[in-house]
Design a protein around this ligand. Structure first.
Ligand SMILES: [Zn+2]
Ligand SMILES: [Zn+2]
Length: 150
């Protein structure tokens, strides 16, 4: 899997403040323009899946619980061993608390804004999947080497 590097001061990198431990974590946030919906977070780590095959199901209809269930049952497991699940969220790397989202899982079917924390993977079906590395270049190169050996 490719590793994509972002500097902490990159324009698409913002800060997420954890409500539980109040620590701040840099995160890559997609603009709405990428139309990265529907997407689902892993229930164990902070990786995300976004598949064009799911988008084709969501695009022509109104989001519904039935559609969500249909997509959810067809989601694969995350490379970490966890499961991509509706309602899951990215997790604070310091205390593991979730960054909760105010919308329901059905409403989130059309939410285009993806949040990728440092070290999270974006799994895609038609385009290549990648891991984001936010911050130092040394950490990025370490991840590239680890991926090459894996
Ligand atoms: Zn926290
Ligand atoms: Zn995972």
């Amino acid at each position: 899997m490719e590793v994509v590097h972002y500097a902490t001061d990159s324009p698409c990198v913002g800060n997420m403040k954890c409500l539980a431990c109040e620590r701040v974590t840099p995160a890559w946030q997609s603009s709405g323009m990428g139309e990265s919906f529907p997407h689902f977070y892993c229930d164990t780590c902070s990786s995300v899946i976004h598949r064009e095959q799911d988008k084709e199901l969501v695009d022509p209809v109104e989001p519904s619980q039935q559609l969500l269930d249909q997509i959810a049952t067809a989601l694969p497991n995350c490379p970490c061993g966890g499961r991509f699940r509706p309602g899951a969220n990215p997790k604070c790397p310091h205390c593991r608390a979730e960054y909760k989202h105010p919308w329901s899982p059905v409403q989130r079917l059309t939410l285009p804004h993806v949040i990728l924390l440092d070290g999270a993977c974006l799994i895609r079906d038609r385009l290549y999947s990648y891991q984001v590395s936010i911050g130092s270049k040394a950490k990025y190169w370490l991840r590239v080497v680890r991926r090459a050996l894996a």
